[in-house]
Design a protein around this ligand. Structure first.
Ligand SMILES: [Zn+2]
Ligand SMILES: [Zn+2]
Length: 91
């Protein structure tokens, strides 16, 4: 998922720039990790923030953070729940 140049965090109290979450890296983050992870019964994505230098492209419009860069895409897992919203459970 590419965030582009806009600030992903909407904050009324001044600009807060999202930073890369890789250790010792303070670069501006433009990428969220798309690695699929199971959180309980829900499928979500890692969403760790990475700068361009630490993210690794993992296919069409997908990037993995440094933790997941060396791992294969877990194709056994279904798509994240967010993308199944149309079928969603009432909450
Ligand atoms: Zn970085
Ligand atoms: Zn990740």
């Amino acid at each position: 998922m590419k965030l582009g140049d806009f600030d992903a965090i909407v904050c009324n109290r001044g600009a807060r720039v999202a930073r890369c979450q890789t250790a010792c890296c303070r670069a501006k983050s433009t990428i969220l990790c798309d690695y699929r992870v199971a959180r309980g019964k829900r499928i979500s994505t890692c969403d760790r923030r990475s700068c361009r230098r630490h993210a690794k492209p993992a296919g069409l419009d997908r990037d993995f953070c440094d933790r997941h860069a060396h791992l294969p895409d877990p194709s056994g897992l279904p798509e994240p729940d967010e993308q199944l919203g149309l079928f969603g459970e009432a909450s």
